[in-house]
Design a protein around this ligand. Structure first.
Ligand SMILES: *[C@@H]1O[C@H](CO)[C@@H](O)[C@H](O)[C@H]1NC(C)=O
Ligand SMILES: *[C@@H]1O[C@H](CO)[C@@H](O)[C@H](O)[C@H]1NC(C)=O
Ligand SMILES: *[C@@H]1O[C@H](CO)[C@@H](O)[C@H](O)[C@H]1NC(C)=O
Ligand SMILES: *[C@@H]1O[C@H](CO)[C@@H](O)[C@H](O)[C@H]1NC(C)=O
Length: 501
């Protein structure tokens, strides 16, 4: 099915910004306005051109009246190869949820019931950014269907709806089809983001009570390395405080995530040297930028606010320095050069989702699609350098399964930095985890990765993949989801098969 169109994930855009050349270190860190300008230039350069900075829900001056808190409808998107009417029987839904702790925010979501069995877990996927929409992953990575070159939708044989009841949400407010007419609804930190997600989840399980007892998993990629631990912590708090419907949270999975900035920035020179992107003398000079980054990150952790914006500028010089040496590589997949100014071409998504007929089929009417929102990005700037690893040990002690996976050729959220923070994490199983040997992750008899598991913690390095693992390794990523949710990730494939006999 090798798609010829270039794919992209949103998360990326966040990093594009990080990577964009900064003023020399003697100059001030970028202001919010210059970040906005950079964001707009970059998304144009990558062939995304959202018409609006943020989704206000009023392209033509009026938002659709949304009555009850949650409204949901059957999704009627035509998919090539589908016989027509059966589309509504697939258990595909879309909807809007009026976020309660806001002035006017409506969160858009998709819900695809499992193609296999209703008892499969409920899995929510969060796309990175911050400021980009969930549709990027849905249509290019692990959704039930994908966009062909001719803008037809075609079925994805390895969509995660093959093993789960799959939910995508456009969040934070202002991205994708989620909107608010009130600026005060734009989120600035993980508290705001995770409270909105928790409210959504409560309403979702009220809407679908038959799924509330299923196992529940939170998954995502890239900047979702921030969202996911915060959201899982919020869910546990709600469960323990008996705030609402009990959420049967069983695990979190973060793919090529950005979770612990200090350790992950420090890993860039090591990864670049290991992968022969830079030589030893380059390495020595780039490495001199690491101590100031570590110090700036600590100041951000202590003081917050503007110190986090300057920490981002300081640390990002490490990345910029490496890119200055490597030239025109695709930092989401170092095997691939960028062609012209394009590493990815996401324009099909915007073209498709801005067609009136498609918006009507989706049920969003006149609401326009904002692929990535510069306003939302800017609003989250002080969140970027926060360390979200700190919430994960408590999840592990509660026996919440944690899967950290990473495509081996991604530079921006590389496997090495992820492996390093996972190993450095202090929890009761840390010693045993460290002492556990790495074993092959085998799919159809072929090694597709290297896995290390102890208790609830798993680290998987995925072979032949960049930042977008479900796009690069669709079958292996679906197998990963299946085995992990079934508690069989560390079982040998052959043992698993024997076990069935
Ligand atoms: C669109 O592309 C898909 C996938 O390549 C193909 O199967 C289909 O026939 C095309 N549809 C039209 C209308 O050309
Ligand atoms: C390392 O690479 C740089 C270019 O990035 C080059 O100028 C330098 O000569 C190389 N050094 C060695 C020891 O190969
Ligand atoms: C952890 O390792 C210690 C020392 O090897 C061992 O005694 C203990 O049983 C291990 N714990 C678990 C839960 O595997
Ligand atoms: C999986 O099976 C292979 C051969 O069948 C064996 O070499 C390997 O050690 C096994 N791995 C684990 C984790 O048991």
């Amino acid at each position: 099915m090798a798609p010829t169109f270039s794919l992209l994930s949103l998360s990326l855009l966040f990093f594009l910004l990080l990577l964009s050349p900064l003023p020399s270190s003697s100059q001030l860190p970028p202001t919010l306005n210059s970040a906005k300008t950079q964001f707009q230039r970059l998304i144009r350069g990558f062939n995304l051109s959202p018409k609006h900075d943020v989704n206000t829900g009023r392209p033509g001056g009026q938002s659709p009246a949304v009555g009850p808190a949650m409204v949901e409808w059957p999704l009627k998107l035509p998919v090539y190869g589908d016989s027509g009417n059966s589309i509504q029987d697939l258990g595909h839904h879309a909807g809007y949820y009026r976020l309660p702790h806001t002035k006017d925010a409506r969160m858009f979501y998709f819900f695809f019931e499992s193609r296999v069995r209703k008892s499969d877990p409920v899995v929510i996927w969060l796309t990175g950014g911050p400021g980009c929409s969930s549709e990027l992953a849905l249509f290019y990575e692990n959704g039930p269907f994908q966009i062909a070159n001719n803008l037809s939708l075609i079925w994805n044989d390895f969509g995660w709806d093959q093993a789960s009841n799959l939910v995508y949400v456009d969040q934070p407010t202002g991205t994708g089809f989620s909107y608010s007419s009130d600026d005060n609804d734009i989120r600035h930190d993980e508290d705001g983001v995770s409270n909105d997600l928790y409210d959504f989840l409560q309403a979702f399980f009220k809407q679908h009570p038959q799924y509330a007892k299923n196992d529940f998993y939170i998954t995502g990629e890239s900047y979702a390395g921030h969202y996911i631990p915060a959201f899982a912590t919020r869910v546990q708090k709600g469960n323990k405080g008996k705030e609402g419907i009990f959420v049967n949270l069983k695990g979190i999975a973060i793919g090529n995530g950005f979770t612990d900035p200090e350790i992950q920035y420090k890993a860039y020179p090591d990864f670049a040297l290991d992968m022969k992107l830079i030589n030893q003398s380059d390495y020595n000079s780039v490495n001199e930028l690491v101590p100031p980054c570590e110090q700036a990150t600590k100041i951000c952790a202590a003081n917050g606010g503007d110190s986090c914006i300057s920490a981002y500028a300081t640390c990002n010089s490490i990345f910029n320095e490496i890119l200055a040496i490597t030239g025109n590589i695709n930092y989401y997949d170092i095997r691939k050069p960028c062609e012209g100014s394009l590493c990815y071409d996401f324009s099909n998504l915007e073209t498709l989702l801005n067609q009136k007929s498609v918006r009507t089929a989706l049920g969003v009417g006149d609401i326009e699609f904002v692929s990535c929102s510069s306003t939302v990005y800017q609003a989250m700037q002080m969140d970027l350098m926060r360390n979200l690893e700190v919430g994960i040990p408590a999840l592990l002690e509660d026996q919440i399964k944690v899967l950290i996976y990473a495509g081996e050729y991604d530079l921006i959220c590389n496997w090495l930095g992820n492996s390093q923070w996972v190993h450095a994490m202090a929890w009761s199983g840390q010693k045993n985890f460290t002492a556990t040997p790495t074993v092959p992750f085998v799919v159809d008899g072929a090694e597709k990765g290297q896995l290390k598991s102890h208790g609830p913690l798993n680290f998987l390095k995925v072979h032949d993949a960049g930042h977008l693992v479900p796009m690069d390794q669709p079958k292996a990523s679906l197998e990963m989801l299946k085995r992990w949710t079934q508690g069989k990730l560390s079982e040998n494939e052959s043992e698993g098969r024997l076990g069935l006999l």
